[in-house]
Design a protein around this ligand. Structure first.
Ligand code: ZN
Length: 81
């Protein structure tokens, strides 16, 4: 009977080790994804929405300065489709 108890303790101990280790992995994962900025800023021409650039500059079609594209605009595009 004592042997069974010892085994149960051993299983509990190893299980506790696994449980203690997994949150650490998840936490570091969350920190990693938090570091990466999900919001991608894009620049577009007010006259030519099809013109997209990840850097500020000028529109190749009309020479107007590109403006920051807001994420809300993306939603409207989706609705259009
Ligand atoms: Zn333009």
């Amino acid at each position: 009977m004592k042997k069974v108890m010892l085994m149960a303790v051993a299983i509990l101990f190893s299980a506790a080790t696994v449980f203690a280790a997994s949150p650490t992995t998840a936490a570091s994962d969350t920190t990693k994804s938090k570091k990466v900025k999900p919001a991608k800023v894009q620049y577009t021409c007010t006259m030519h929405p099809e013109v997209l650039s990840d850097k500020p500059g000028k529109c190749p079609k009309c020479g107007m300065e590109l403006v920051k594209k807001e994420p809300a605009k993306k939603k409207a595009e989706k609705m259009k489709m």
